[in-house]
Design a binder for this molecule. Sequence first.
Ligand code: ADP
Length: 585
Amino acid sequence: MQLIGVYFVSSMKNSLTDNFTKDLKARAEMLSILTADKFGSETGTADEESAVESLRGMVNNLYINGAEIQVLDASGKIITTSIPSQNDYVGQRNTQTVVSRALQGISDNEEYIIADDNVRKKVVAKPVISGDKVVGAIYIAADMKDLYATMSRINSVFLSGLLLALALTAVLGVILAHTITHPIKEMTKHATAVAEGRFNRKVPVFGNDEIGQLSQAFNYMTDRLREALLQNEEEKEKLSSILANMSDGVVATDESGAVILMNTRAALMLGAEGPLPEGAPLGGLLGLDPEQTVSVTQGIAQSAMLHLSPLDGEDPNIVRVTFTPIHRREGGRVAGTIAVLQDVTEQENLEESRREFVANVSHELRTPLTTIKSYAEALDDGVLEDPQLAVRFVGVIRNETERMIRLVTDLLHLSRLDSKESSLRIQQTDISDMLEDVADRFSFQIRQKRIHISTRVRKDVATAWLDRDQIDQVLGNLVSNALKYTPEGGTIQLEAHKSEDGMLAVSVRDSGIGIPKKDIERIFERFYRVDKARSRNMGGTGLGLSIAREIVKAHGGSISLQSELNEGSLVTFTLPLMKQRGSEA
Ligand code: ADP
């Protein structure tokens, strides 16, 4: 507006002054033509007077607002003037340049003057030509006050317009800035909230303009971000609950082998108490030597067996650790290792006992077989010729064969018990009847060894629900042991009573050689014998007590042995008195 204003005002001023000048010049021209014939009268004559009079009349008629019109003769003297107050100047010469130029015949004369009363005036002068001669001049000095007043009015209109426009612009500017900055401020606030994890608020959408679209996009972004974070969180929770509930231990490390994650099971296996020390080395945690640690972190070693004792004094757990390197997607570098810890103690122990069992069985079978072989060879080599010796040798062979049959029968029995093939045939059984029966079965040996046997059944345990055949076998094994390891003249007591926990407790007590303290713990193991040679001589297989234990266990009871060396032993087993739910009748 300012630029337009400046241009407009200056061209307005130019055109106004041009018009003004043109107007003045036209009037001067007209007057010069009109007055041309009024010159040339004789001085002092009536003609001259009438000519001056008519000139005055013309000048006065051609009144131009506030302008002074002078008619001058050829010498520059003022003949008449339009302003009465200037009448004194009549007869005097006007010596202004414009006038002298006009008197020289130049028609286009104009200039600006500042009058005595400090008013700018436009001055034009025109020669009056009669025939070919310049007979006088017309001089017009017009006041430019009105023109300047018009100009200043236009200026003030422009100025007030400008001020109004400025004020409006300022107001508009403030409103506009507010409409832009307010949503941006809101958005900044929300962005901060989102960064701090508060997703519940939404940026208000003020319109459909660019800011509105930005707000919408921001809200959409917030929603997506929240969804992504929730999903992430869910995944994490899933993973951590999987890790927490796994029966295997899991330890994850970074590329340097420092532990970054460990589940509860792994902590338990490794006996790590409390929070995991930040960046503990995996090698140290698992007790690997430096060489192993390096091969693990480089992804070379794949598994290791560890013997870890979770608490002091406890048997070490055997743990199989499987290492899986995590490869980076690009470059294939090892980014870390996952170690999965599996407690294989039970498995290993089973494996161990299986190996031991097979070794024991082989050994137990080899001994009689070797004997049989050597005796058969001896017979073959001529002992048959000696009938007496031959009979003895055949007797030994038969004995050994019987022992082998016993051994195999026992093994078969154990195997059936192990595989739970033989189901129990539970029936109500009279206890004293059962004990008497056992005593009767061994009466021949008892008498032979002059052993005193007694049975005693308390009243509270008259009958019980059990598999008579199986329990007979248990009692048979126990009584036969008692007989074997009790010297002549000893005593054996069979007793049945109700135990503290309401079970039937049957005990076989003897006054025999007893068992050393250190062996008692292992006496129920298969093939465990205190004195191998003696047991074998007695025809024992080393399986009697383990068979007894399996049978008692199958009934839901337990068996224990107390013994004092050279004083005797007491074997007690318990059985449920009542019929157990689920057992067969
Ligand atoms: P075996 O067939 O050799 O008797 P068992 O399993 O019945 O096998 O017994 C295991 C070992 O326990 C025997 O070899 C013997 O050393 C010891 N033993 C068992 N019962 C007695 C007992 N009453 N007195 C002393 N030692 C016994």
